[in-house]
Design a protein around this ligand. Structure first.
Ligand SMILES: NC(=O)c1ccc[n+]([C@@H]2O[C@H](COP(=O)([O-])OP(=O)(O)OC[C@H]3O[C@@H](n4cnc5c(N)ncnc54)[C@H](O)[C@@H]3O)[C@@H](O)[C@H]2O)c1
Length: 256
């Protein structure tokens, strides 16, 4: 039986690890020819080799527009089409709060997470196929503040605004663009092991406000990229086991 993405070409950034790796595997399982893009070329090559099925690796530094353009050029030169772009590469760092984050770290978090999204969106917009879809990984920290890492939160808020602002440009090509806003996900980004695909029975077993797995995010990226989500564009889809669904359970003491 043909998969949802049979005959389609999917580009995944941040594909060497975590959410991107899980998504690359799942897009390929559903029939897509997958381009695994990452700063970590060896990691992307290992993921592509594990997938087989015509998957290949391409190096990209999403913080550079020229590098994003070269990545998209490589996809078009090799595959001749681009149907799905999952722009997912990101960087969290050591979670510096306002007291310790400095200008250099702020610039790095913005360069990778926000400018990286802008660069990828701009590079794929010129070639995305009619009926195509772009999904950009923001964060639940792009919806509410994150005192543990305000620069990251600011960058991810920017990603949400950017995605909403690009709806018309993609609609003009017959394509869609949405953001994903995951809550906590067990990946190397936060020091967890890199587990891509989990037993199917584990997917529904997340306690309220619990941590998700890379595959949880991958599955939503697949669905948002599929024809079943054809009515959805310009959205910031939260997937967080209800983390943002209620007020914080404990009120903080009033300051001095
Ligand atoms: N893990 C979480 O709790 C969580 C929650 C919300 C959002 N996110 C977002 O999900 C996305 C994927 O994160 P993950 O948890 O899978 O992390 P991860 O660290 O497992 O994977 C991130 C990948 O991005 C790549 N990368 C980093 N900088 C890059 C650059 N400049 N150019 C190209 N590739 C680069 C890394 O090499 C790595 O392979 C990120 O955008 C992250 O901000 C993660």
């Amino acid at each position: 039986m043909a998969g949802t993405f049979e005959g389609k070409v999917a580009l995944v950034t941040g594909a060497a690890s975590g959410i991107g790796r899980a998504a690359a595997i799942r897009f390929a399982e559903e029939g897509a020819r997958v381009f695994c893009a990452d700063l970590n070329l060896a990691g992307a090559e290992a993921v592509a080799a594990g997938i087989g099925k015509g998957a290949s690796a391409v190096q990209v530094d999403v913080a550079s527009y020229a590098s994003n353009q070269a990545m998209v050029d490589a996809v078009m030169a090799n595959a001749g089409q681009l149907d799905v772009a999952f722009l997912n590469a990101g960087f969290y760092g050591a979670a510096e709060g306002l007291d310790t984050v400095d200008e250099a770290l702020f610039d790095r978090l913005v360069a990778i997470n926000l400018k990286g999204a802008f660069n990828g969106i701009k590079a794929v917009q010129a070639v995305i196929a009619t009926g195509g879809a772009v999904v950009v990984t923001a964060s639940a920290a792009g919806i509410v503040g994150h005192p543990a890492n305000p620069a990251y939160s600011a960058a991810k808020h920017g990603v949400v605004g950017l995605v909403k602002s690009c709806v018309d440009a993609f609609a003009a090509r017959g394509a869609r663009i949405n953001a994903l806003c995951p809550g906590g996900v067990e990946t190397p980004l936060i020091g967890a092991p890199d587990v891509a695909i989990v037993p199917a029975a584990d997917l529904p077993r997340v306690p309220a406000r619990g941590m998700g797995r890379a595959q949880h995010v991958a599955e939503v990226a697949l669905w948002l990229s599929s024809p079943a989500a054809g009515f959805i564009t310009g959205q910031a889809q939260v997937l967080d086991a209800g983390l943002l669904s209620t007020f914080a359970p404990v009120m903080l003491p009033v300051g001095p």
